[in-house]
Design a protein around this ligand. Sequence first.
Ligand code: HEM
Length: 123
Amino acid sequence: MIDVTVYKFLHFLGIIMIFVSLGGVMVHVFNGGAKVDNVWRKPAGITHGIGLLLVLLGGFGMMARLGIPWPWPGWLFVKLAIWLVLGGMTGLLYRLGTGGKSLWVVVMLLGAIAAFMAIMKPL
Ligand code: HEM
């Protein structure tokens, strides 16, 4: 049986991967770069995709080990919604280009809210 700490580690590794890739894409597009001229597009995309998978795998693994049943608590739905938004973020960044600079803060806030939800469980 895989321990809850393994799932938590995978969860955190996935989070790191998502935010590293989004940071890289943001710097590229805010410098005026497009999707086609991003030479690091593929590694960044793969890192983002695997990161999303690991967050989900780790998240659902922890849910199973911690015995969180359906109906899920509200904080989990908030985290799933944030995961979805972060999943669409790369495409949105490429589309908005330099016009998406406010997403620099939005991405940080989304990460902070997701962490807050898991730690404080206000819902
Ligand atoms: C990228 C978005 C996410 C971030 C930044 C994030 C962040 C975190 C953090 C920091 C913790 C550790 C809390 C602690 O150790 O006390 C955690 C735990 C957890 N996360 Fe996430 N998470 C995200 C997405 C998700 C998703 C999509 C799910 C559901 C599939 C999920 C399910 C969980 C569960 C079940 C825990 C364990 C809560 C507990 O220990 O009681 N997370 N998350």
